[in-house]
Design a protein around this ligand. Structure first.
Ligand code: AMP
Length: 585
């Protein structure tokens, strides 16, 4: 009875979304007004001289654009337990640790109930559109989700990764039930203290409920690929557990063991069935539908730095649709995927105009302006002129600025997006890249996306030998003059020196940025170096971040390892098996 009442009215959700997006400009005005009225008494806003004004023009004139670094002292005071309102009117009780995989260390950002509400709103919106095209029946979801340890800040505030704050909120479970996407694993597995053990148990729960599984998901697609790569290693052990009804001794945490004991009963028929299915597969192609015959789709963020995992995911998924999840960050949500039938490579995100106040810095103007001045590019030193949500132009690229209900005002998120079109009057954004991930030595400028395309091109050469790039990263080596690009690859098996030399040349040729090509030609940039690392190296990087307090659910392999990220650079450099220099120029 209760479950029935909680099922979402998807047509109403879609109707509300349509009404709101037809009036995006006014909704933005109203949203800004609400944010400023709720938080007008906070010290940060008091110092801006708004004097009660809440219109976008006054807001932009009084409040400066900021980065996380600018807000750090304020956030720190909140975390330290300051009594007065600093960033928000109502006290902040929780701090989110953003994954920080790009910078090398997690960042603190405020989290509050309003952020939780916007999380649910975006989940519901995209679910409504998804369910219209890919309806799921009442069943279960195999969700590879993990929550990090909850700690307390000096001032006694709860601190955990944003996903942890969401997963631990009672509203999350209710929302999953309402979306018929209840996780098949018990809570003890999700909050388990060791992610390797939780991953094993998630797989085991998935197998126990194999016929009920309607969808396979995670926050970021990386976790799904990691899960099925692990399955390849542990499937026999999983079958043993199912056959005997006894959990492997590798799972040591009592809370996890007792939760699993309630689900695990001896089931030799199921163990035989899984064994038969696994031995029938060729190189694990189609593993997911084979194990879960009623799966409707695979769901998780698949754009941006997740795109490199799509090939492997498609291999496991065969013809099960891959649907990218929404676009957001620990700082706040931005847009929902309302066109779920598009493949992840073409996914766009429609901005929800009531979940924050959004501005966009046009990149073209700013880059050109600055290049004329200096002949070199330094984004942050240009005086940017942001435009409003409904003023963006189709085909242009922008940096996203967020003003949130959780105390961030005109905050430069650091993401680059491209406007692909409009849904009613709200833009549909394609995620392009993080803007600070940039390979640059002098006038060259290559983004994460450029690196990804180069790696994809070169990886075709090893695909011919049935090998794949498991993961990759990059760095610039300026210890000798001229400096050069270094690309790190972990590969799934042996590849001949001859082919790897070709890959190295191909990588070098695939960076087509005019600044790079001309610098290579005049030898102002040295030959690109491909360093092949031992198998398991990227796992060590993941473990390193987990030790720092990151969580697998939010993990993104750093595609560029800067000089401040010594530890990761050291892991990569200590694990180099072979290296090659390009002879392409
Ligand atoms: P976190 O700091 O862990 O909250 O990660 C937030 C960042 O993840 C965003 O700023 C983006 O760079 C990236 N991200 C989040 N959602 C998406 C998405 N749908 N597509 C691509 N990248 C995303």
């Amino acid at each position: 009875m209760l479950e029935k009442m909680e099922i979402l009215d998807v047509e109403k959700l879609i109707g509300d979304f349509e009404v709101m997006t037809k009036d995006a400009e006014n909704v933005q005005r109203e949203t800004l007004k609400m944010i400023l009225e709720e938080n007008g008494c906070a010290e940060y806003l008091q110092n801006m001289g708004l004097n009660g004004r809440t219109d976008p023009e006054s807001f932009k004139a009084c409040v400066p654009l900021v980065t996380h670094k600018d807000l750090e002292p304020y956030i720190q005071r909140v975390a330290d337990g300051a009594f007065s309102p600093i960033l928000t009117g109502k006290p902040i009780t929780t701090i989110s640790l953003s994954s920080g995989t790009t910078q090398g260390k997690p960042k603190f950002v405020p989290f509050n109930n309003e952020l939780m509400e916007t999380t649910l709103q975006i989940y519901h919106t995209s679910f409504a559109f998804r369910n219209r095209e890919f309806p799921i029946e009442n069943g279960k979801a195999l969700q590879f989700i993990y929550s990090s340890k909850h700690s307390k800040t000096k001032g006694g505030l709860f601190a955990g990764t944003a996903t942890t704050n969401v997963f631990r909120n009672p509203q999350f479970k209710k929302a999953m039930t309402a979306m018929q996407s209840e996780c098949c694993s018990p809570d003890e597995v999700i909050v388990g203290p060791d992610f390797h053990q939780s991953l094993y148990c998630h797989l085991l729960c998935g197998l126990i409920f194999h016929e009920e599984i309607q969808l396979v998901s995670s926050t970021f697609a990386h976790s799904i690929v990691l899960a099925f790569r692990t399955f390849e290693q542990v499937w026999e052990e999983l079958c043993d557990d199912i056959r005997e009804g006894v959990l492997t001794s590798r799972i040591t945490f009592p809370s996890v063991r007792s939760a699993m004991a309630k689900l695990l009963k001896p089931n030799p028929e199921l163990a035989d069935l899984i064994e038969k299915k696994c031995s029938r597969l060729s190189n694990w192609y189609g593993l997911i539908p084979e194990l879960f015959p009623n799966v409707k789709y695979i769901y998780g963020i698949m754009t941006g730095s997740m795109e490199p995992y799509l090939k492997k995911l498609r291999h496991y998924a065969a013809d099960v649709p891959l649907i990218s999840a929404d676009y957001g960050s620990s700082e706040g949500w931005i847009g929902a995927n309302i066109n779920p039938s598009l493949p992840p490579e073409s996914t766009t995100y429609a901005v929800l105009p009531n979940i924050g106040y959004f501005e966009f810095i046009p990149l073209k103007e700013n880059v050109e302006g600055h290049m004329q001045e200096n002949g070199n590019v330094s984004f942050l030193s240009t005086e940017p002129k942001p435009v409003g949500l409904t003023e963006v132009k189709v085909g242009e690229e922008y940096e996203v600025i967020i003003t949130s209900f959780a105390g961030l005002y005109r905050y430069r998120l650091g993401d680059v997006v491209k406007v692909m079109g409009f849904h009613n009057s709200t833009p549909e954004l394609k995620f392009v890249c993080r803007r600070n991930l940039m390979l640059t030595i002098n006038i060259d400028k290559n983004t994460e996306k450029d690196l990804q395309l180069a790696v994809e091109e070169a990886a075709k050469l090893i695909a011919e030998e049935k090998r794949e790039v498991i993961d990759f990263s990059s760095n610039v080596d300026v210890s000798a003059d001229p400096g050069h690009y270094v690309i790190f690859w972990e590969i799934s098996g042996e590849v001949s020196d001859e082919v790897l030399k070709e890959c190295c040349n191909c990588l070098d040729r695939s960076f087509v940025d005019a600044g790079y090509v001309s610098s290579r030609k005049v030898k102002a940039i040295g030959p690109l170096e491909l360093r092949v690392v031992w198998k398991g190296t990227f796992h060590k990087i993941l473990d390193h971040y987990l030790r720092l307090g990151a969580v697998v659910s939010q993990f993104k392999t750093p595609r560029y390892v800067g000089p401040t990220n010594n530890k990761v650079l050291q892991i990569l450099c200590d694990n180099v098996a072979k290296n090659y220099f390009s002879t392409a120029f």
